[in-house]
Design a protein around this ligand. Sequence first.
Ligand SMILES: Cc1cc2nc3c(=O)[nH]c(=O)nc-3n(C[C@H](O)[C@H](O)[C@H](O)COP(=O)(O)OP(=O)(O)OC[C@H]3O[C@@H](n4cnc5c(N)ncnc54)[C@H](O)[C@@H]3O)c2cc1C
Length: 512
Amino acid sequence: MSNFDISNFFDVVVIGSGIGGLTAGALLTRYGKRVVVCESHTIAGGAAHSFRRRGFEFDSGPSFYCGLTGADSLNPVKQVLDILGESLNAVGYNPLGHYHFPENSVPIYSDNYLYLQEVAKVTPQGATELKRFIDKMLPLYEAMKGIPTIALRSDWQLIPILLNNYLPSLLKMLPNLPLIQSSVGNVMDTTVKDPWVRRLIDLECFLLSGLKAHGTIIPEVAFMLGERSKAGVEYPVGGSGAIVKALVNGLESWGGKLLLGCHVEQILVESRQVVGVKLTNNQIIKAPIVISNATVWDTYTKLLNAHELPASYRHKALQTPTVDSFMHLHLGIRASGLENLTGHHVVIHDSKQDITIPGNTCMISIPSVWDASLAPEGHHVVHAYTLEPYAGWERNEEYEAKKQLKAQTLYKALERIIPDIRERVVLELIGTPLTHAHYLRRYQGTYGPAIEATKGMFEGASTPIKGLYRVGDSTMPGIGVPAAAASGILCANTLTSPDIRKNISSINNRGM
Ligand SMILES: Cc1cc2nc3c(=O)[nH]c(=O)nc-3n(C[C@H](O)[C@H](O)[C@H](O)COP(=O)(O)OP(=O)(O)OC[C@H]3O[C@@H](n4cnc5c(N)ncnc54)[C@H](O)[C@@H]3O)c2cc1C
C-alpha cells in the first residue's frame, strides 16, 4: 500500500476482502462509486484465499462449488462476475464426492436420479423416502430460480422490484412460503424414517451450515439439491484463489482499489454517522459509507467502541452462537499409483458418536485431481479438516504436541482413501483454531454463526449506525461462498438506485 494516497476521497471503504467484501466492493465500483477495500492479510480472499508453499497451491478453506460457469447458473458469484465482465475456467466432475461411513462408502452424484440409485443399493426403502424428501424440497428451488439474487436488495425498495419484474415467480413462491423459515428436520420427520438416510440428510446439512437437519433452514438445502443437480459441480482452475482473483480483477478494472496488508483498527463514528476508518498506522481514510466484512463479533467488539451501538442491540448481536473452528491438515504428497483417486471425501469415524462431535466427521479435498497445475508434477495437494473448539488452545509449550495429536484424526480419515498416505507426505502443514483465527481474522476461528432454523435469522446489511453496513457469512443469507457473495450483492444493491443497475445490465446484455 506504499504508493497509495489515502487522502483521496472515497465513497465507500470496505473492511476485508473476503467474498462478501470483494463482491460488495466490486459491484459498487461497477455502479460508479469510488471504493477502497482494506485487507489485513497480504493475500486477498479471507476464508476462500489460496496460498502457495514449495510449488503446492493450497485452498485455505472452500473447494466445493456449483454453477461457476454455466450461462443459466444461479450462483451469485457467477452473476457478479458477469456484471464485472469477468469469467472463470472450471472443471466439472461427478460424483461430487464419496461419503465413507464406518460400515460402507457411497458415491454421491449431483444428479438426483443417480444419487437415489446409489442410496437404493444401501437401503431401497430409504431411497424411496429420500425421493419423497427431495420432491418436497425442489418446488422451492424452482420458485427461487425465477428471482435472481443479483436483482435483490435488503430494504423496502425490494417490494416494487419484485412486483414489477418477478410477479410470476412470486406467485410460484406463495405456496412454498411456510417452507422458507422452517427446518429441514421438519420435512425429514414427515418423509424419512430410515435411520441411514436420516443420518445422510443430517450430514448433508452439517456440511452446508455446520448444523444438522433440525438446525438448517430449508431454502439452503433446496438450493443445494436443485443447483447441484441442474448446474453441476465444478472446481475452478487455479483453485479457490481463482474466484478471488476474478473478483479482484473486476474491482480493479472498474477503478476500485485493494490495499493488502492494511489492517483497520477502528471504524470512525461521529454523531451516530460513519465518517471513515483508522488504520493500524493511525492513518485515516474518510468515507461516508463503511462496509465491514469482518464477522459480527469482530466488528462490534474490535472495530467499534461499545457506546457507539445501542446497548441491547450490541448485546443481542454478540450473543449470536458460533460454530466451532477447525483443525486443518494441508499436505503435499507423492501421487504415483493414485491414478484413480477422486477429489472429495467425507469420512465419519464412529457411527455411535454424533457427526458434529469434533474429529468424528472429516472433510477431504484433493483438487489436483481436477487441476494438475496445483501441485508439482507427480504430486497431489491435499486439504483435510474437521471441527475443533477454539477453547483450550494456547501457544504454550504443549502447543506443538497437541497439534500433532489432534491431526491424527485427519490422517486416520485420509488412510481410508490413501492407505499409505503417511509414507507419501513431502510437505505437511497443520493448522489449529489459533491459525484459523489469526490468518482469517475471525473471532475464535469460527466457521460462522450457529443460528438454528426457527430460532433466529441472520441479520441484513444495515446497522444502527448511519453509513455502516455489514457483509459476509455472519449476515443474510449465511455461510458459504455463494451466500457470502449474495450478502455483498444485497448490500451493494441497497446502496444503489435500481436505475443505475438497470442501465448496466442492459449494457451487459448488449455485449460490451
Ligand atoms: C474449512 C472451510 C471449508 C469451507 N468449504 C466451503 C465450500 O466447500 N464451499 C462453500 O461455498 N463455502 C465453504 N466454506 C465457507 C466459505 O468459505 C465462507 O463462508 C466464506 O468464504 C466467508 O466469506 P466472508 O465474506 O464472510 O469473508 P471472510 O472469509 O471471513 O473474510 C473476511 C476478510 O476480512 C479481513 N479482515 C477482518 N478484519 C479486518 C480488519 N480489521 N482490517 C482489514 N481486514 C480485515 C480478513 O482478513 C478476511 O480476509 C468453507 C469455510 C471453511 C473455513
